[in-house]
Design a binder for this molecule. Structure first.
Ligand SMILES: *[C@@H]1O[C@H](CO)[C@@H](O)[C@H](O)[C@H]1NC(C)=O
Ligand SMILES: *[C@@H]1O[C@H](CO)[C@@H](O)[C@H](O)[C@H]1NC(C)=O
Ligand SMILES: *[C@@H]1O[C@H](CO)[C@@H](O)[C@H](O)[C@H]1NC(C)=O
Ligand SMILES: *[C@@H]1O[C@H](CO)[C@@H](O)[C@H](O)[C@H]1NC(C)=O
Length: 627
């Protein structure tokens, strides 16, 4: 069969003499491709989780803090909360606390002589998505003397009007301690934009001169698959549509922690959200840990993703390293985490999991020991004892577990690295360096599997180190596509590939690349998103060799095929002429071909809010095709 393909992934307006290109795909047996070749990395960075994928609308809902700067606490604050009038808001830690995990609450002192509605409001994460098309769940805890109503309402800044509300009936005294309130509601109006706020108001006259205390004030919009404490719908749907096969989590540098004791502690991310203390995260803000270990496992279930779980390995980002004498307690902590996930419900931690709604053990096949342990002087201790301490204990308990080293051997030589250990390589490169990696694995040792746990094209001719690209361009996305080709045709040694920045808030600085960017009420699928989707959703189970009548550049290619005999021939045009005719020959093959392309007007085209410049096409039935 011959297919004439005249429109390629990237149609770039650079004049050159176009030679007719013929690619011949071998039908001989290839190498098996990794069954989880393309996947996703999740860590809470740039409000990918809190204020992003995690569907909570209230920012600083339990007064755990907001920003983190040079690890200079204390972190607790009333930021994002404002009084509505005749009351004063104060951080307060007077007992009884709601839980020991949440030591700070908000005390609302109502002025003497107050009348009418009084109360406070929250800004959200730079606003909120308020529409009549969804259902909201409002929750809070109250301590104090009050008999009357509390009104929970969304307001639009833009129209200065109430969009919808729900009323709570309250009848309690200080002696009742903390009383929970929960109600779902819909709004009467949709907001014209994202500039919306959430208000709680109560009667000033009957509380004048008194104090009420509030804790864990939470509002969720309806979540993906209606999960409890779950994912924001539009972002989750966009992720699901990408078609990845694995989820690497919970980091990323956010696993490691800025300094002791702020590592990601799995046991403090489970159970009711009022039992989760949160922690100062690595990326400039306090994490609620609402999107915790079980929520990430549920995410894997909901999107059919293989979990690649990273566990804490003894290095804080400030360079503090757990000594060999003390590492045992941390190894034990990881074994507890694995018992929690994988143990029978009769085991200690397995029973905790069961009590949280997951009676059946999960399946986990891949564990990465920490993240980027080459940072901050981590190599000698990682190679010397840290890696082996975790590796040996995990292998002893779970002999079939595939273990991932967070250091790629290009950075060091570890003669004692056990056979079969997967090495995690991170590539943040310029567009040309991305492309130069096309044949980077052709001669790699075949007994040393590699995970590309983070990659991104972050520099181009106009954005050079240290000033990164702010948004993927057609050029940067096609450079990533060439990089994919190199990995795909070597996918006997490449276990998986995932981008370094999956989700980012458009309200966060610095402005740099991500697969998806979001505001409270919109999202942008980047140029890299569409290239990723094209690759993720079109990959076979074995490689197929391709020979061309010309050399590589500006066109690059590779092919895979699946057991049903479908061939996936990928061709990338990196900075080449806009229209190079290509003929693909698959000897003896008959059937229908589908041409899928991603293109854009020029190499610097980007997708931004309200302006999608990438074009996705799918066409069948070619005019020139003969057996
Ligand atoms: C299979 O892998 C070997 C290296 O182990 C490589 O030489 C060969 O080209 C690969 N074949 C295909 C079809 O990818
Ligand atoms: C709404 O207006 C208030 C000032 O009244 C401001 O503090 C807040 O940030 C605004 N919220 C949004 C989302 O614009
Ligand atoms: C979580 O486990 C760590 C030990 O790794 C322990 O120090 C901490 O107290 C535990 N947190 C809770 C809330 O039990
Ligand atoms: C806003 O809510 C509506 C209704 O649930 C939903 O369709 C839309 O995707 C939401 N947008 C965002 C950005 O969450």
């Amino acid at each position: 069969m011959r297919y004439n393909i005249s429109r390629l992934f990237a149609l770039l307006g650079i004049a050159s003499t176009a030679h007719a290109v013929t690619l011949t795909v071998s039908t001989a047996q290839g190498n098996a491709t990794s069954p989880i070749l393309y996947g996703l990395l999740y860590e809470d960075v740039y409000h990918s989780g809190d204020g992003g994928l995690y569907s909570e609308l209230i920012q600083n809902r339990a007064f755990q803090g907001t920003s983190v700067f040079n690890n200079q606490g204390p972190y607790q604050t009333l930021q994002y909360w404002h009084t509505r009038g005749s009351d004063t808001l104060t951080l307060d830690n007077q007992a009884p606390l709601l839980t020991s995990a949440l030591p700070w609450q908000m005390r609302v002192d109502v002025a003497n002589g107050a009348t009418g509605a009084t109360g406070f409001w929250n800004e959200g994460y730079a606003g909120m998505n308020i529409t009549t098309a969804t259902r909201y769940a409002a929750n809070f805890y109250l301590r104090g003397n009050y008999k009357g109503q509390i009104l929970a309402a969304f307001w639009s800044n833009t129209t200065n009007s109430m969009l919808g509300s729900t009323t709570f009936q309250v009848d309690q005294t200080e002696a009742n301690g903390w009383v929970p309130y929960a109600q779902t509601f819909t709004t009467q109006f949709s907001a014209p934009d994202e500039k919306n706020t959430f208000h709680l108001t109560f009667d000033g006259a009957s509380t004048a001169g008194q104090s009420l205390r509030f804790q864990m004030i939470s509002v969720f919009q309806q979540t993906y698959k209606n999960s409890n404490n779950g994912l924001r719908m539009d972002l989750a749907e966009a992720l699901n549509e990408l078609g990845g096969k694995f989820l690497r989590f919970p980091g990323g540098n956010n696993l490691e922690g800025i300094a002791s004791p702020y590592r990601w502690k799995w046991n403090e991310t489970i159970g009711p959200i009022i039992n989760r203390p949160g922690r100062p995260g690595t990326w400039g803000y306090v994490n609620t840990d609402g999107l915790g270990l079980l929520e990430m496992m549920q995410w894997c279930i909901d999107m059919n993703l293989e979990p690649l779980l990273a566990v804490w390995g003894g290095l804080y980002l400030d360079g503090e390293i757990i000594s060999e004498a003390d590492i045992g307690a941390y190894v034990e902590d990881v074994l507890n985490e694995l018992e929690f996930l994988l143990g029978p419900s009769t085991s200690h931690w397995g029973s905790v999991r069961a009590s949280l709604g997951y009676p059946n053990p999960f399946t986990i096949n891949y564990i990465e020991i920490s993240n980027e342990d080459f940072l901050n002087g981590g190599i000698p201790s990682y190679v010397g004892y840290r890696f082996n301490a975790f590796h040996d204990a995990i292998k002893n308990a779970y002999p079939n577990m595939k273990i991932i080293s967070s250091i790629w051997s290009g950075y060091f030589t570890n003669p004692s690295m056990p056979a079969g250990v997967i090495q995690d390589l991170h590539d943040y490169l310029s567009v040309d360096d991305m492309v130069s990696k096309f044949n980077g694995y052709d001669h790699a040792p075949r007994n040393q599997p590699v995970l590309v746990g983070e990659y991104a094209a972050i520099y181009d001719a106009e954005h050079t180190n240290p000033n990164q690209l702010d948004n993927p361009t057609l050029q940067s996305a096609t450079s990533e596509a060439v990089y994919f080709l190199g990995l795909e045709r070597n996918s006997d040694v490449i276990v998986g590939i995932c981008h370094g920045a999956l989700i980012k808030s458009l309200h966060d600085e610095p402005d740099n690349v991500a697969i998806i960017k979001h505001t409270p009420n919109a999202l942008v699928r980047s140029m890299s998103y569409y290239v990723s989707k094209l690759f993720f959703t079109n990959v076979g189970t074995q490689t197929a060799a391709v020979s061309g009548n010309v050399g590589y550049g500006p066109l690059y290619w590779s092919a895979t095929k699946n057991d049903a005999g479908t061939y996936f021939v990928k061709i990338v045009n990196y900075n080449g002429a806009a229209s190079t005719p290509v003929t693909v020959v698959i000897p003896g093959k008959t059937g229908v071909a589908t041409l899928k392309t991603v293109t854009a007007p020029d190499q610097y085209s980007t997708n931004s809010l309200g302006n999608t410049q990438s074009v996705w096409t799918e066409t069948q039935s070619f005019s020139h095709y003969e057996n």
